[in-house]
Design a protein around this ligand. Structure first.
Ligand code: ATP
Length: 608
């Protein structure tokens, strides 16, 4: 365990860097021609697989189009070379850009149509590649291939084989560094959130469509780079290299290595290149072998080899006491919670109506929630509470009525715009992505605050560092608020229900929202957790937040609410201070199922 602790004391980025340096030094260690070529092909394949892992593993889009982007990059570089532009740096930029454009143009229709459309359109794109190349045969050499590619140059000098090897390794290592920077950033967390729950992503201020197109298009870029490198490797390219078999090998490598892992792409590509791809007379059985590997990866290795590695690291960490065991929230359950001031805005709902087919879920619901107050929305099951929240958040379009956030009319706005306008929420069933840490899950709540562009993120510019520092500091503060700071490094989805609910509260408050919607946030919590939650809600209210609380726990509602709105069958049947509501005969009848005669006894019971 001593050795393991020493290994873990070294920063994580040192290991991939060491592999990169080793790859660079391989030729000086006497690597033969055949092996050098295999390493180069493995690097090229790793670039393409990395693109697929971004769109499939992170953005959650099954898209096989990388083979087409690879072809686009290769033919761009090949044709440039044929026309005298042999500079490899220029070719890489052009090939990456062309692949990016092909990605955007082919991705948008598929993503607009939704569901399986992108998988289908990208699949057909790959099938069409040889035909497209043949149609433009005069330029591309058609099925005979493009053979007039000149040796690559760099800054006016012809690249030696050793120099070309160094360029391939440097481009690959550089791209993996960029991918890693992207994946661990707030954009990376947004991708992972989106993959699991577009509803959650949009409620955090992520534009689902834009992010999906970005995931697919960014995934196209390394395929373009790989194509340019491939064209300059043999100085000959033909359509067969970019067909369906290649697309399947990329998918198999991605699944085998682990789609949702940066380095899984490199592992999968290396296994594929040094395994089946190297075997002679393999071509005949290529598809069968790739299919077999896909099955092994998909069925037996959920999350690929990278996940197995992660699990092993987790176990060793625990054995070496490097991770705390998940425990209860810390802190006194009845402490006063100190929250920084929040600029709450009034939420006004006026005459809201909504029908689902013949089911009239809401009928002219009118209510308002004020800053510095807790407004509770109560009612029996199916009375329309969650539908009201969903309409405020933009998930449903109202049939009639208006919703104002301060002076701004927001009814009918799309969810990510509502989130960016300052509305945050928790979900009836906690919605927390897999494979993110507690700190990352909370930090995802800050997506709509201070923007940091993807370019600033991957290049780690000062703007990115500022935003990251603020994200971390605010998220830790929010975790302290809910008593979970000691669990910051734990896997969020593995926490017990009560803590996942508190984590959702932390995620909702981390952006200091103008309106906070809490949907049955106390259900499933034990008594201590309910006490803590009540303190947190009071703290948020006192800080100036506009809190809307949908809750079945009547005792909690009476102790917290400044105002209670009661819904029954989609209509507001009572609206007033807790003291009025708890004696309202209609509320007692509809909501609590008791007659007026029981009123006194019941009131005594729920308030005791
Ligand atoms: N997406 C939907 N499609 C069809 N009907 C829906 C949809 N969402 C809600 N409803 C219906 O609208 C009505 C109100 O449901 P809603 O979930 O808002 O009630 P609720 O008060 O939040 O109930 P609960 O306390 O059980 O969560 C119910 O009749 C429900 O079946």
């Amino acid at each position: 365990m001593q050795i393991w602790r020493a290994v873990r004391a070294i920063p994580g980025w040192v290991y991939p860097l060491a592999v990169g340096v080793l790859l660079l030094l391989l030729p000086t260690l006497g690597l033969g021609y055949a092996m050098t070529r295999q390493v180069q092909l493995a690097c090229i394949l790793a670039l393409v697989v990395s693109g697929l892992s971004l769109s499939l593993g992170y953005a959650g889009e099954l898209a096989l189009g990388q083979a087409a982007m690879y072809a686009a990059g290769a033919y761009t570089a090949g044709l440039m070379s044929e026309h005298g532009h042999t500079d490899l740096a220029l070719q890489l930029v052009a090939a990456g850009a062309v692949a990016l454009v092909v990605g955007i143009v082919t991705g948008i229709p598929g993503l607009r149509l939704g569901s399986w459309s992108l998988a289908m359109t990208s699949f057909f794109l790959v099938l069409l590649v040889p035909d497209i190349i043949a149609v433009f045969g005069e330029t591309t050499g058609g099925r005979n291939g493009l053979s007039g590619i000149e040796p690559a140059t760099l800054f006016g000098q012809v690249l030696t084989p050793e120099g070309f090897y160094l360029v391939i390794v440097l481009v690959t290592v550089g791209w993996f560094a960029v991918t890693r920077n992207l994946v661990v950033s707030r954009h990376g967390i947004a991708f992972r959130t989106l993959k699991q729950s577009p509803v959650l992503a949009s409620s955090l201020g992520v534009s689902v469509f834009r992010m999906k197109v970005l995931g697919y298009a960014i995934g196209a870029f390394p395929a373009g780079l790989a194509g340019a490198l491939f064209a300059n490797l043999d100085l000959y390219i033909s359509p067969e290299a970019f067909g369906f078999t290649f697309a399947t090998s990329v998918l198999a490598a991605c699944i085998l290595g682990g789609a949702a892992s940066v380095y899984g792409a490199a592992i999968g590509a290396a296994i594929m290149q040094f395994g089946p791809n190297q075997a002679s007379d393999f071509q005949e059985y290529a598809l069968v072998v790739y299919g077999g590997l896909l099955l092994v990866g998909g069925v037996l290795l959920s999350g690929g080899l990278a996940r197995i590695g992660k699990i092993a690291v987790g176990r060793l960490d625990r054995a070496a006491d490097l991770r705390p065991a998940a425990g209860a929230p810390t802190g006194d359950a009845t402490t006063t919670v100190d929250v920084a001031p929040i600029d709450g805005r009034p939420l006004t709902i006026d005459g809201l109506g909504k029908a689902f087919g013949g089911n009239q879920a809401l009928r002219g619901v009118t209510l308002s929630a004020q800053p510095g107050q807790v407004t509770a929305l109560i009612g029996p099951n199916g009375s329309g509470k969650t539908t009201t929240l969903n309409m405020v958040c933009g998930f449903y379009r109202p049939d009639s009525g208006r919703i104002h956030l301060g002076d701004k009319e927001i009814q009918g706005s799309i969810p990510y715009r509502v989130a960016r306008a300052g509305v945050a929420r928790t979900f009836q069933t906690p919605n927390i992505p897999d494979e993110v840490s507690v700190l990352e899950a909370v930090a995802s709540g800050r997506y709509s605050t201070a923007r940091s562009s993807m370019a600033a993120t991957v290049l780690r510019l000062p703007g990115f560092r500022r935003v990251r520092a603020a994200d971390r500091a605010e998220s830790m503060r929010a975790l302290e608020l809910v008593g979970m700071a000691h669990l910051a490094g734990e896997t969020a989805s593995a926490l017990p229900l009560g803590m996942r609910r508190l984590l959702e509260v932390a995620r909702a408050v981390v952006a200091r929202p103008q309106v906070l919607l809490l949907d049955e946030v106390a259900s499933g919590l034990d008594e201590d957790e309910v006490e803590r939650l009540a303190d947190i809600i009071r703290g948020l209210r006192d800080a100036g937040a506009t809190v809307v609380l949908v809750e079945h726990n009547f005792r909690l509602v009476l102790s917290l609410a400044d105002r209670i709105v009661v819904l029954a069958q989609g209509e507001v049947i009572a609206d007033g201070a807790p003291a009025e509501i708890e004696h309202d005969p209609r509320v007692l009848g509809e909501y609590l199922g008791v007659t007026v005669d029981d009123d006194t006894a019941l009131t005594r019971e729920v308030t005791s």
